[in-house]
Each structure stands twice: as structure tokens, then as C-alpha cells.
Design a protein around this ligand. Structure first.
Ligand SMILES: Cc1ncc(COP(=O)(O)O)c(C=O)c1O
Length: 369
């Protein structure tokens, strides 16, 4: 595989087809996912005292979140393998992504969703024709519900770390980061952790790139894991220096992603945090919404609150010395704020009566700076 030939490949994650597990990439189930922009965010950097801060904007993916990567690669491979029905429990974004790609592939998709699933995801699932079931019990049990259906009906379980191909799709974030930084790895990656698959996949990519000799140095970036305070099993285990995370008893998070109360990737993720000298921080839901507002006002990047916790966590990691000012730091914005509109209070806007004119002056909602 020639590193420089990739630049002539498609402007999607399928530019990395030689590093992906499908036999026939020309038959891939694709909607143009991946190859999302890596955006310098100097104003946000200044607010944290960082000189090289970037956002990897995964909100640009077809369904509005990074979940499209795992869905595109895995569904492509399943179609090759003749799999007919996939099933999973999802807080919403993965269900939306899988429903769209399954529809395109002609595969049946069964989603188990929580009671507070956002309409944005629900509509994507249902319009795509996926069988969509809202589970009334505690969300901690949802994986068991989906697994029971797998056993009973012979469906294929696509939940985190139950099969290998989602990870292969998600690793393309890491491949893109390296290529977009001129075949260098960032110093720090800040990621909003649910099940933990995303960072495990990205660091798999970093390892593969080092083995291929495609990235100059051999230093491994540090991982900063961010979670909501109301579902922070990884942060708790990290603080207590444990090897496994305990199930999180009571979820208190915003509707949307990051409901990983029993994160399947806990052991590997905690090992990765230790091995990379990283850190883990928990962010309140009000700080998440405030961070989303600050990112939007300062840089025009409109993240979902789940994704905005990366900015709040980066601030904490600067304060505790995990991140230093000259380092290259990437916040992974895993989903667009458009998937999470219901979580944002609509701010006051000017009302113009019929016949009125728009006056000069500072409009409502303008930046105070
Ligand atoms: C927007 C968003 N960000 C991040 C995550 C966490 O992803 P992972 O399961 O890869 O840790 C999720 C999944 O819940 C999500 O929906």
C-alpha cells in the first residue's frame, strides 16, 4: 500500500480501503461518510491557553454522527458474509446510522432504544424501515435484551466488541487525523466515551500507522476520556485506579448518546489511559450545554452536548497538567448539535412586527466580546 496514493482516493473513509476488511470495496455500502474536516479552533485554544487546538468535525457524516463509520464498514462486510438481520441496543445515534446503512444494503436492522430517545434519531430509524423497539426497563439491561433476541432468532449481534468490523470503521478517524496532520499523530486526543470503542479504534489506527512506518515519530498520543458526571464509570474507575469499571447504577444524562453504564471496552480503555499517560474527566450536563454554546459562538462549530464535553474536559486536563500549551490537541466532535436540538433552550430572538424595520445596533444573541 502506497501512502501517497491515498491522496488520489475517494473523499470518504473508503480512501483507506486497503486497510479495511472488505473483500470488494467497490461494492461498499457508502453514503460518503468520513474524510471529515480537521478544523483549527484558535479562539477556543486561546480560551484554554493552547496554541494548536483542533476539532475533528464528525457532525458532517451522513446521519449526523461518527457512528456512520462503523456502520458503513461493518454493513459492507456483513453483506459480503450474507448476514441478513443485525440487532443492537443504542442510545440513538448508532441506531440511526445503522438503520440508514442497513436500508441501503438491503439488510434488516433491529434497534433497541431508550425511552428518552431523541426524535432526530427515532425518525431516521423509522423512516429507514428499521424495526425499532423502545425498552421500558433500566438502560443498563438493554444489551441483555438485544442479546436475548440474538440467541432466540439467530440474528447477528453488532454491539460494541461483539464483532470486529465496527472498530475497523471507527479506526478511520485515526487514519484521517494522521493524514490531515501531514502524517503526524496529535499529542492529545480528547474523546467523549460511551462504550469506549471509539478511542480503542483510533489508537488501533495509530498503532497500525506506526507499524506501517507511515508516521514519523513513535510517540503515542495521550488519551483524555470525557464522560457526563451522571454516567461516568470510566472516570470513577480511573480515579480509583481499577482495571475494570463497575456498572453505573443511576443514569443522569441528557437524552442522546453517552449512556454507557456498563462499558464493554472498560478494561482495554483503562489500560489505554494508563499506557498513554492520559486522564479521565467528568462534566456536568449544564457545563456540556455551556461548552456547546461557547464552541458555536467562538468558532461556528455546532456540536451535540455529548461532543462538547470534550472542550470542558480539555479545560480540566490543561488545569491538571495532562495537556501542555504547545501540544497538538484534537477534540473529537462526534455528532452535530442538529441531532440534539431538543436539548438546547431556544434563546430569545428579536420579533419584527409587520411594517417594522430592523434597527442598527447589537442584535440579541450577539457575542458580548
Ligand atoms: C454523539 C456520541 N458521542 C460519543 C459516543 C460514545 O461512543 P463510543 O461508544 O465509541 O465510546 C456516542 C455513543 O453513545 C455518541 O452517540
Amino acid at each position: 500500500v502506497d501512502r501517497d496514493a491515498l491522496a488520489r482516493g475517494p473523499r470518504s473513509l473508503w480512501r483507506y480501503a486497503p486497510l479495511l476488511p472488505t473483500e470488494n470495496p467497490s461494492e461498499a455500502v457508502t453514503l460518503g461518510e468520513g474524510w471529515t474536516p480537521l478544523i483549527p479552533v484558535p479562539r477556543l485554544g486561546k480560551a484554554l491557553g493552547l496554541h494548536n487546538l483542533y476539532v475533528k468535525d464528525e457532525g458532517r457524516n451522513p446521519s449526523g454522527s461518527f457512528k456512520d463509520r462503523g456502520a458503513s464498514v461493518a454493513v459492507s462486510r456483513y453483506r459480503e458474509l450474507g448476514i441478513r438481520t443485525v440487532v443492537h441496543a443504542s442510545s440513538g445515534n448508532a441506531a440511526a446510522a445503522w438503520s440508514l446503512y442497513a436500508a441501503r444494503a438491503g439488510i434488516e436492522c433491529v434497534n433497541v432504544l431508550p425511552q428518552d430517545a431523541l426524535d432526530s434519531s427515532l425518525v431516521q430509524c423509522v423512516l429507514a424501515g428499521a424495526r425499532t423497539v423502545i425498552y421500558a426497563g433500566p438502560w443498563q439491561d438493554s444489551r441483555d435484551v438485544a442479546q436475548a433476541a440474538t440467541a432466540r432468532h439467530g440474528w447477528f449481534d453488532v454491539m460494541t466488541l461483539r464483532e470486529p468490523y465496527r472498530m475497523e470503521g471507527k479506526k478511520t478517524i485515526g487514519l484521517e487525523l494522521a493524514e490531515q496532520l501531514g502524517w503526524r499523530l496529535p499529542d492529545v486526543l480528547v474523546y467523549p466515551v460511551g462504550s469506549g470503542l471509539g478511542p480503542l479504534a483510533i489508537f488501533k489506527a495509530f498503532r497500525e500507522l506506526q507499524e506501517l512506518g507511515w508516521v514519523g515519530d513513535t510517540t503515542r498520543p495521550r488519551l483524555v476520556a470525557a464522560q457526563y458526571e451522571g454516567c461516568a464509570p470510566i472516570v470513577k474507575a480511573w480515579r480509583e485506579n481499577r482495571e475494570r469499571a463497575e456498572p453505573w447504577p443511576h443514569l443522569d444524562v441528557l437524552p442522546g448518546g453517552l449512556k454507557g453504564a456498563r462499558p464493554a471496552g472498560d478494561r482495554a480503555l483503562l489500560a489505554l489511559l494508563r499506557a498513554t499517560g492520559g486522564a479521565a474527566h467528568a462534566v456536568s450536563t449544564s457545563d456540556a450545554l455551556a461548552a456547546a454554546a461557547e464552541m458555536t459562538a467562538e468558532e461556528g462549530v455546532f456540536p451535540a452536548p455529548e461532543s462538547a464535553i470534550t472542550f470542558a474536559a480539555a479545560r480540566m486536563a490543561v488545569a491538571d497538567g495532562t495537556i501542555r500549551s504547545e501540544e497538538t490537541v484534537v477534540l473529537v466532535v462526534t455528532a452535530t448539535g442538529l441531532k440534539s436540538i431538543a436539548n438546547f433552550a431556544v434563546p430569545p430572538v428579536e420579533r419584527l412586527p409587520v411594517g417594522g424595520t430592523i434597527t442598527a445596533g447589537v442584535p440579541v444573541g450577539a457575542r458580548s466580546s
